[in-house]
Ligand binder design. Structure first.
Ligand code: NAD
Length: 492
């Protein structure tokens, strides 16, 4: 059943010129759990583009972050941390059938909240498959249990159980999230530019066939964040452009993970397959924030990114897998290659130097940012034209004109949250869905106005560029027969 969609306009944009389009009406209540950098950034977008009565919105969190904004908007805010023991009773006080739970917290189990919503016919969205507190660090858990692969397996099990239920959009921020839609746009563009005749694929299998037939072997989520603060990085403080605990968990506590392609010939020495599940990804015995790879974006050309574990490294690799009789014949290598902002790179080094213990002082760069851009896209490699990057080049200046209370990194995420929420309201009985399974053009239509300059660019760069043996100061171990081998990207 598709919910009736009304298109109206309301209010004024931040620039005070254009009127905002109301994409959909939502008559129910909305509970936002977690009101940090993403929660605060998405609130004005929800109020602009979803027709909801402000009086029906409530916010709960574990601390006072953003309380000032809730007060300014007249939305009730309560410090009420959810735990394994109290979440049902707490949520019961806010939610009924037909409502929406927007989970933008850390340390709260996505699966528990999804199950809660499924049982009560409540719509749900999150931006990460999050475990309960301790789920990334508890030494009694296996690496698989602490990995995004393992967390996604719990999601896939829940998805089976909740088929046909109320829509629960899983991991729909920027990445994971909208980068999955970028991959589809990029594939269609490469097909057009290489003369590969295709209609728009209609199923997961057809998308995977298109990727295979175009010759794509590797997909990087290639991101370069050049936002800088007017304040120098303070010693003893972890600074970043989004959640510090979130980045510490995935970059430093969880293992490095990547979707492992069928073209790979050199299994990493410290690499492992998981004992169960879809088998689309592997992990390394080291954190992603310490795993550097060569990658490329149009603005910066070649640079080093970190293979920080992310849900999309597994979900995209899984979505684009082709198998018959249990044997996989095609799968791309997929991973994040993240060059976080300058202050965060210094913070990571400081944290590793302190035995990976998170600094007690933490800060998200915001009003103090003087310039910079978050260049976030997907880099598809191995096809006829070499490499193709497609994504968002969003500067801090542009962000300030588009939406309040966030930096460029935040806006790419909050646009994704908005797009996912609207899609869920328009498609309320889709069960548990990942970004790869949604209508990418509908979501892109909603989010594109917030992504700055959308750019597609080809290059003949490969990770072998400038690495001729004899010219290097140290021995190099390369596979020159296939530039797209993971070992050629690794910086060691
Ligand atoms: P943040 O650290 O700024 O804020 C976290 C919020 O969670 C705070 O309001 C905190 O009070 C709340 N919280 C913590 N424990 C809680 C509990 N037990 N019960 C209820 N609330 C609790 O984080 P952020 O930058 O706003 O990020 C929010 C989430 O979005 C994180 O999980 C992060 O990993 C994720 N994220 C996803 C993407 C993406 O692109 N998919 C990007 C950025 C952030």
């Amino acid at each position: 059943m598709r919910m009736k969609t009304k298109r109206r306009t309301r209010g004024k944009s931040a620039a005070g010129k254009k009127r905002s389009k109301v994409h959909v009406q939502f008559p129910g209540r909305l509970l936002i759990v977690g009101f940090g950098s993403i929660g605060q950034g998405v609130l004005p977008l929800i109020l602009r583009h979803i027709g909801i009565d402000k009086k029906k919105i409530r916010i709960i969190a574990a601390d006072d972050l953003g309380k000032w904004l809730a007060k300014k908007e007249g939305i009730p805010f309560k410090v009420q941390p959810l735990t394994r023991d109290n979440y049902q009773a707490v949520l019961d006080a806010y939610l009924r059938e037909g409502d929406f739970l927007l989970n933008l917290s850390v340390d709260v189990s996505s699966i528990s909240l999804m199950e809660y919503c499924n049982e009560r016919n409540i719509l749900y969205l999150d931006t990460v498959v999050e475990p309960w507190l301790g789920g990334y660090t508890d030494p009694s858990l296996s690496i698989t249990e602490r990995s995004n692969y393992g967390l996604r397996e719990t999601l896939l099990a829940a998805k089976k159980k909740m088929a046909g239920g109320p829509t629960a959009v899983s991991t729909h921020g920027a990445n994971p999230g909208i980068v999955s839609h970028f991959v589809k746009r990029a594939l269609m563009q490469i097909a057009r530019d290489t003369g590969h005749k295709t209609k728009k694929p209609a199923s997961r299998h057809e998308w995977a066939e298109l990727m295979r037939d175009l010759g794509v072997k590797v997909v990087h989520i290639a991101e370069y964040d050049s936002q800088v603060s007017k304040l120098p990085k303070k010693i003893g403080c972890f600074e970043n452009t989004w959640s510090v605990p979130g980045f510490h968990s995935e970059g430093i506590c969880q293992p490095c993970e990547l979707g492992w392609g069928t073209h790979e010939r050199h299994f990493p020495k410290n690499g492992h397959r998981h004992p169960h599940g879809c088998d689309a990804a592997i992990y390394l015995d080291q954190p992603g924030a310490r795993t550097l790879v060569r990658t490329w974006t149009p603005e910066h050309g070649p640079f080093l990114g970190r293979v920080v574990t992310h849900n999309e490294s597994v979900s995209i690799a899984d979505y684009y897998s082709i198998s018959k009789g249990g044997k996989v014949s095609f799968r791309p290598t997929v991973h994040y290659a993240y060059r976080s902002c300058d202050a965060s790179i210094l913070s990571i080094e400081e944290c590793f130097g302190n035995n990976s213990e998170l600094q007690s002082e933490q800060r998200v760069l915001m009003d103090d940012i003087v310039h910079g851009m978050d260049e976030l896209g997907v880099l598809l490699m191995g096809h006829k034209k070499g490499i193709y990057w497609y994504g968002s080049q969003l500067t801090m200046d542009a962000t300030r004109k588009l939406a309040p209370y966030q930096n460029a990194t935040g806006l790419q995420v909050t646009a994704g949250v908005l797009g996912g929420m609207i899609w869920a309201i328009e498609n309320p009985r889709a069960g548990v869905v990942e970004a790869d399974e949604m209508d990418y053009e509908r979501v892109m239509e909603i989010i594109e106005p917030y992504l700055g300059k959308m750019t597609g660019a080809y290059s003949d760069w490969t990770p072998l560029e400038g690495r001729t043996e004899g010219e290097s100061m140290f021995p190099v171990d390369l596979d020159k027969t296939d530039p797209w081998q993971f070992k050629n990207f690794l910086f060691s």
